[in-house]
Ligand binder design. Sequence first.
Ligand code: C2O
Ligand code: CU
Length: 609
Amino acid sequence: MNGQQLIAADLLAAAVSAAAWLATAIAVASGRRRVAVAAAIAAVVSTAARVAIVIALAGHGWWFVQDKVTLALPLLGLAAVTAGLTALRRGISQAVVPLFMTGYAAICGLLFQFLWGYPASPAQITASLALVGAATAVTWWLRQPAAQRAAVLAGVGAAVLGLIAAALGFLPGDPAPAAHPHHTVSVADLRGPVEPAPGGTVKRYALTARQAEITLASGQKVAAWTFDGQVPGPALTASVGDLVEVTLTNLDIADGVTLHWHGYDVRNGEDGAPGVTQDEVAPGGTFVYRFRADQVGTYWYHTHQVSDRGVRLGLYGNLIVRPRSASVGTDLVLPVHTFDGVLAIGTHDGMDSRPVPAGEPVRLRLINTDNTPHRFTLSGSAFRVVAADGNDLNGPTEVRDVALRVAAGARYDIAFTMPSGPVALRIDDGPVGVALSGGASGEHQDTSAWPELDLTSYGTPASWGGLDARPDKDFALVLDRGLSIVDGKPMYAHTVNGGAYPNIPEQIVREGDLVAFTVVNRGFETHPWHLHGHRVLVLAKDGKPVTGSPLLLDTFDVRPGEVWRVAFRASNPGVWMNHCHNLTHADQGMALHLSYEGVVTPFHGAHGG
Ligand code: C2O
Ligand code: CU
């Protein structure tokens, strides 16, 4: 079983054992012996199964089992042993209260997993013990012939204790104070260059954020938030060495707007993270961004202010940087987005056909601007994946009849030579895509059974540039759900290491550090992890080292049960957002900061997720 299956099996065993222990207690209390025996067998078997599953899960990493090993299983085991001993010594009918206690312990473990998860803190463990104790005391009291004051007091006292401890358990801790040296630099001073590189030019763009109604190719109208009245926003292009200068104006987006250059390692002051690198641009306001186009490739820009809503409604566009000597051929930028439930490439919510002469080189730039992954298939031609997240892959081999799963926020470039027959790119094996041909759009080939291409073993190995050496800073990011405070409100949040933004301690690095992240997904949803300002080298997935081309990414999908290990050199000082690019998750807490020692921000308040 893989990690995700073990997590699911553990949950199932936990639920079955809780139900079985309670059923045993109820059957014994009501004198139904045969039911009691059957339920007890189910309880013992499911509990033993759970122990075996947790042992297997521990093989995937301590993060997956810490709460179970430190709390859920010892509590359950202690209660079950108490019940068993009582039944042996004094008869099963005397074991009703310990049996109920075992049921409560099982439920508590289950609740714990949903409410808190990793890491189980002392406050949470205390709260759990107190709650089980209180429930047991109340059960015992209810079974006494006459009311007993002491028991009432004990029960109530334990319950109050439990509630207090529970409250403490999900109050955010103080983020660790940053050990900033005396010499500090403000993010507001970490601005981009104002001159292009020798030979480059200044590419000036002006983008105005405003509400507009847009029309999809099918004729459907969508109320959108746009740059310049169009979705995607104006395409920004540059050649290597150019200086890109973008003046953002907000006309009427009341929540404010910023521009974030997704995947582009701009200087921190140009990064567009509201409340971190700048204040959001309010209606009537402007902000000028500048950065040097020194990374070739496929990127995109989007608002980072109320990013979940803003990007969904259309505040995004393409950013493409090409080498100085422009290549010939067909070069299509294909940003996929869901408008109001309608899937589209650009504004084409059906099949877009493009004539391409046979023999011509074709490059397709796939961009996923949604919150969840999309599956791309190309039928009619073999192809190579030449770049991921703007980074060229080394020695990409030709593949066919495979699907590409592009994470939310991620980009893949694919290349091939146009054959004489029709070629179709489709999204999610459905009717939306691009047909390339001399005219005929070709039959819809069923691609739904095609396997996914795994980029961790694709292409040709090359040097990792020492990024797999022993890191100076080594961080774990354990992704889960739990009760937490987000923007001052208690919420069933998306959490990192048990906390939610902005109450997750920032990760502090020093310029020049080799930094490693282990990103662990304990939950049931995919988390496309995205660090600003740096591209990371994937070292291993689920403990298996990357065997193909070095894989440099800015966004990678950590699926349920997966463990990713990535590394990067801390070479771009600033305070950087580090978050899930399912922007709904980021909005619900799944974001934190990577901060360089000595860098401080004068901006506060806005929610940067
Ligand atoms: Cu594309 Cu912080 O995001
Ligand atoms: Cu997520």
